[in-house]
Design a protein around this ligand. Structure first.
Ligand SMILES: [Mn+2]
Length: 297
């Protein structure tokens, strides 16, 4: 057993298309547990790994889609550990990704996305950040609440041309934060408006390079309870897959993804983690289908 995501190799063998990266960081005591997310995701991914001990090609099969990852390759480079955001920045700066290899970052509270987006800005001139999240995370107090203001900071990165807050809902939101983000020219798509605005979003994404940040609380907590800022209601797993698929299919290119705010010390950890494992595999599959262009348009 390799203790890697889907029992992947921990070093690239050729020119792998995806790289799994654990982010072991938690910005506040009241969020503790999120720094353990990547290892729990690896553990729960074991049941989807090849039974014969091989790592590639993937043999993940679904009755709906067939072998969903058969044409792609990936490796797991391990965890980036940090006890401060400065340390995270330093450690991320040491990572080298092969050209065309898409990083899939897993773990941490949402504050890490600012550092991840800065790391993506090293290799990408201009990109849009699409945030699957129940909350805008656009308050002002970065020093005090970095996970609640992470999009406000990310918005200041020169290479980030726009933030899209996708699916916000519920009573933990902040009116001034959402207004401020709109004033900055960002796109706010509340959950209730998705049906009416989804096609316009897909049209907008057509020529955009895209970084996806996925906050676990985007999902209805029935599907993903193990997260720190639960918000009742919201999209099902199937709805979420549909959104992910169409967004990935419609944009020009996916440059990276993160899956944050999973807390394996909360109730429902196995269920939530299994959901995240599957979201990651499906997202990798959609990107692969797009790149190999055997998806009909
Ligand atoms: Mn968030």
């Amino acid at each position: 057993m390799r203790n890697t995501f889907l029992e992947l190799e921990s070093k690239p063998i050729g020119t792998e298309e995806f790289c799994f990266v654990g982010i072991n960081y938690c910005s506040a005591d009241y969020l503790l547990g999120v720094e353990k997310a990547a290892d729990k995701v690896r553990e729960l991914s074991f049941r989807y790994a090849n039974a014969d001990g091989s790592s590639l090609p993937f043999k993940v099969y679904s009755p709906e889609e067939g072998y969903i990852l058969k044409d792609t390759t990936a490796y797991d480079l391990g965890n980036v550990c940090a006890s401060s955001l400065e340390e995270l920045e330093t450690n991320l700066s040491k990572l080298i990704f092969q050209t065309g290899c898409i990083p899939v970052f897993v773990g941490g509270d949402h504050s890490v996305t600012y550092e991840l987006a800065k790391r993506m800005a090293v290799d990408n001139e201009e990109f849009v950040v699409l945030q699957f999240d129940a909350h805008s995370d656009f308050i002002d107090e970065y020093e005090e609440y970095p996970h609640g203001s992470v999009m406000n900071e990310t918005c200041k990165i020169p290479q980030v041309s726009k933030i899209i807050h996708f699916g916000i809902r519920g009573n933990l939101n902040c009116e001034s934060a959402i207004s401020k983000s709109r004033e900055k020219g960002n796109m706010v798509i509340p959950y209730v408006e998705i049906p009416n605005r989804f096609n316009n979003l897909l049209e907008y994404l057509k020529d955009k390079k895209l970084y996806i940040t996925f906050d676990t609380d985007f999902l209805n907590p029935i599907y993903a309870p193990a997260t720190n800022c639960l918000e009742p209601g919201g999209p099902s797993y199937e709805d979420t897959l549909k959104y992910l698929k169409e967004i990935i299919k419609s944009c020009d290119e996916i440059i990276g993804m993160d899956f944050v705010e999973y807390n394996p010390t909360c109730e429902g950890a196995v269920f939530t983690g299994t959901t995240i494992v599957n979201l990651i595999m499906e997202a990798m599959s959609y990107v692969t289908i797009k790149k190999k262009s055997y998806l009909t348009t």
